[in-house]
Design a protein around this ligand. Structure first.
Ligand SMILES: Cc1cc2nc3c(=O)[nH]c(=O)nc-3n(C[C@H](O)[C@H](O)[C@H](O)COP(=O)(O)O)c2cc1C
Length: 372
């Protein structure tokens, strides 16, 4: 028998208890925007996509899903603010559950990473600020994304946005999801409040670290009151500077958030590695998530540039509980099995990450041909 077929008891494939969820391994599907939810409604083809990536006792995080009609900034991303969207998610969630998976919905508002074409009545996108983004090349490397200068939210409008997140979380539970992940990363609305390079407010949501974190923590509070702490996670990327949202002291920001989240006792904190400062390639950095890992009392998930070897190492050295995989999981629907067997991986094709085809670059990546 070849060594590639010998199941190995590697750290990534050991069980882990995350709150009330019994995970059979540590390999998590990272949230991946796929832009195949026409008209912001999840489609039947997502049933196959997510069930392909489901294992019994495996954790999946759904693609970023809009909380309201002002939350979108890309074509055909799903939402969860209408009854139709909630109904459309149900068969997808059911398919994941039928195979024994645990499924969290990542809930999202893009803030200023949008233009008036995506907004109701062609209005300006909303943000913490009125500072516009400069046009940038989209992830497909070809199109230039044009952004409409945002409108700064008034202080008295902010509770309404917090409420949109609360309702979206409730809708996700109604759709059958096991929990939600608040998208607090990558330069979108929540980060537009968190990061001092963007947030130029002078009210109680701007200025000090405490004030910049207020919006995020109000969302956490509203959602935990609505659906319970044991179903709530959050994704953060203090070290990233996507969409012109860097911070002058990311370590202090990450630590403050980790400690504040402890007061709520939420289920997990999912952090993107400092090496993912830009979209795409990992690069050398002196920074690490270990201080946040040590500070946070719940389950810790890391993501960003991991392969089998350093995922195993991170778990073995107790630098994390779980490892989320993005591009490798996109291209390898049976990624946990491949890690277990130390089998070769399919290569991902960037060209088809964001196309709208219901099959190509989506459900056409091959499985291992194995009888094991
Ligand atoms: C096609 C694609 C879509 C993504 N969509 C999301 C998303 O919806 N939400 C999010 O938080 N991160 C998103 N990301 C970032 C991934 O979750 C992940 O953090 C990133 O790809 C780095 O991990 P990796 O090296 O394992 O791919 C996306 C990445 C890719 C490549």
């Amino acid at each position: 028998m070849g060594s590639a077929q010998t199941p190995a008891n590697i750290p990534l494939m050991t069980p882990y208890k995350m709150g009330k969820f019994d995970l059979s391994h540590r390999v998590v599907l990272a949230p991946l925007t796929r832009q195949r939810s026409y008209g912001n409604v999840p489609q039947p083809h997502a049933v196959l996509y997510y069930s392909q990536r489901t294992t019994k006792g495996g954790l999946l995080i759904a693609e970023a899903t809009g909380v309201s009609d002002t939350a979108q900034g890309y074509p055909d991303t799903p939402g969860i603010w209408t009854k139709e969207q909630v109904e459309a998610w149900k068969p997808i969630v059911d398919a994941v559950h039928a195979k024994g998976g645990i499924f969290f919905c990542q809930i999202w508002h893009v803030g200023r990473v949008s233009n008036s074409g995506y907004q109701p009545n062609g209005q300006a996108p909303i943000s913490s600020t009125d500072k516009p983004l400069t046009p940038q090349i989209r992830a497909n490397g070809v199109d230039v994304a044009q952004f409409t200068p945002p409108r700064r939210l008034r202080t008295n409008e902010i509770p309404q946005i917090v409420n949109d997140f609360r309702l979206a979380a409730r809708n996700a539970i109604d759709a059958g999801f096991d929990g939600i992940e608040i998208h607090g990363a990558h330069g979108y609305l929540i980060e537009q409040f968190l990061k001092d390079q963007v947030n130029d407010r002078t009210d109680k949501y701007g200025g000090s670290l405490e004030n910049r974190c207020r919006f995020a923590l109000e969302i956490v509070e509203a959602i935990t009151n609505e659906i319970g702490v044991d179903r709530v996670g959050i994704r953060l990327s203090p070290f990233a500077s996507y969409m012109e949202s860097g911070d002058s002291n990311p370590e202090a920001l990450g630590l403050y958030l980790a400690e504040s989240l402890n007061k709520f006792g939420i289920l997990y904190c999912h952090m993107v590695e400092p090496r993912m400062k830009t979209v795409g390639e990992a690069h050398e950095t002196p920074h690490s998530l270990v201080p946040m890992r040590k500070a946070f009392k719940g389950t810790f998930i890391v993501a960003g540039g991991y392969d089998r070897e350093d995922g195993n190492k991170a778990v073995a050295e107790n630098r994390t509980d779980l490892v989320a995989y993005g591009r490798h999981f996109l291209a390898n629907p049976d990624l946990p099995k491949r890690f277990e067997l130390n089998a070769p991986l399919n290569k991902y094709n960037r060209e088809t990450f964001y196309i709208s085809d219901p099959h190509i670059g989506y459900t056409d990546y091959s499985f291992l041909e194995t009888t094991v």
